[in-house]
Design a protein around this ligand. Structure first.
Ligand code: ZN
Ligand code: FE
Length: 242
């Protein structure tokens, strides 16, 4: 693959994502939630870091960013609309604008709902989606600053991407998401199978992500909600689900 992508666990259940453009050796990290894990990942990959991609302003996605810029001279890339809440950006982008990682290119998708200025990065050629806390495997982000209408529109943009798109999300929430998802669609065979697969992956100490858009379209009740009202209903049910 022209662009390799790998999840690196950090904090209690976050993932930062390490991306490497094969043609040029250019490296990016997405959502470095802590400096130590981020620096260790860069060092393990050869000590080069060109770019830090930030999906939104929460501390568990940005806390390592300044340290990475200081140590590697990496450029910080994030949403122009949320620049005042992000570390000082070197590249501030709006929806539809692109950023290059060597020979690979990502386009910015606006995805409000979890936070107002949340964005996703989509590498179209490699079919890699960095979706932060908007979409999780079998779940979606909490509506901390946005409403169900915005989240519905954001998820709809993801739903339009090719099925083989790799979904690279910000957290390892799959097993707890599965428990809730099964209350929404207990008969969904893809969901039942995905739940079993995730249990095996976690028992082996492996990440359950990346997953694919096709898998999520088949099993994720938040992507499968056909209306804003349905999405609002299941999102609020999930908020109080234990
Ligand atoms: Zn967040
Ligand atoms: Fe988060």
């Amino acid at each position: 693959m022209a662009l390799s992508v790998e999840p690196v666990p950090c904090l209690s259940d976050n993932y930062l994502w390490l991306l490497k453009d094969a043609a040029t050796g250019a490296v990016a990290l997405c959502d470095p939630g802590e400096p130590e894990a981020a620096i260790a990942a860069v060092e393990a990959g050869g000590g080069r870091l060109d770019m830090v991609l930030l999906t939104h302003h929460h501390g568990d996605h940005i806390a390592g960013a300044e340290a990475l810029r200081a140590k590697y001279g990496a450029k910080l890339v994030g949403a122009a609309a949320d620049a005042r809440r992000l570390p000082k950006l070197d590249v501030a982008l709006a929806e539809g604008e692109t950023v290059a990682l060597g020979a690979s290119e990502a386009v910015v998708i606006d995805t409000p709902g979890h936070t107002r200025g949340h964005i996703a990065f989509y590498f179209a050629t490699a079919r890699v989606l960095l979706c932060g806390d908007t979409l999780f495997s079998l779940g979606c982000g909490r509506l901390l600053e946005g409403n169900a209408e915005e989240m519905f529109a954001s998820l709809k943009k993801f739903a339009a991407l090719p099925g083989e798109t790799l979904v690279c999300c910000g957290h390892e929430y799959t097993e707890s998401n599965a428990r809730f998802a099964l209350t929404v669609e207990p008969q969904n065979k893809a969901l039942v199978a995905r739940t079993a697969e995730a249990a095996v992956q976690r028992a082996a100490g492996r990440p359950t992500v990346p997953t694919t858009m096709a898998e999520e379209m088949a099993a994720n009740p938040f992507l499968r909600a056909g209306s804003v009202a349905k999405l609002a209903e299941i999102r609020s049910a999930k908020d109080s689900f234990r």
